[in-house]
Ligand binder design. Structure first.
Ligand SMILES: [Zn+2]
Length: 136
């Protein structure tokens, strides 16, 4: 059953990101001008401003570099508190905020290896697949 989640950002660029997620692929934008990855989704490269961005598939491998447990209810009861959030450094070097799958904040150690997974979610715009990370 799909988990109800806060509404995603949608629109130019964001729609492409979620379409790749629906196919089970985590893709970020690589700049065709300077070669760097931009994240979050942008209409222009965060380093050089070029609009020549191409969607590149990430390996799905990374390590946890930071994490937090949220105890404050920011979403009107939509999410059950406390809930955990992790900051994953992708193998490609990008820092990606996500959810842990199958483990909690009390089990995390800095540098813990994780791999990409997807869970079925829904928001007011409909169903979507959320990129999360499980133990590698
Ligand atoms: Zn660039």
């Amino acid at each position: 059953m799909a988990e109800r989640r806060p509404n995603r950002y949608l629109g130019p660029g964001h729609d492409d990101f979620w379409a790749w997620c629906a196919k089970g692929e985590l893709r970020l934008q690589r700049c065709g001008s300077c070669g760097k990855l931009s994240w979050p989704v942008s209409e222009g490269c965060e380093y050089c401003g070029s609009g020549a961005l191409e969607w590149e598939r990430m390996s799905g491998r990374g390590v946890i570099v930071s994490w937090a447990s949220f105890v404050q209810d920011y979403y009107g009861g939509l999410l059950t508190v406390p809930y955990d959030t992790i900051l994953v450094e992708l193998e490609e070097g990008v820092l990606f905020t996500s959810d842990p799958l199958g483990f909690g904040a009390d089990e995390i150690e800095a540098g813990m290896a994780v791999r990409l997974a997807f869970i079925d979610c829904e928001d007011e715009a409909g169903p979507f697949r959320l990129p999360v990370f499980e133990r590698a």
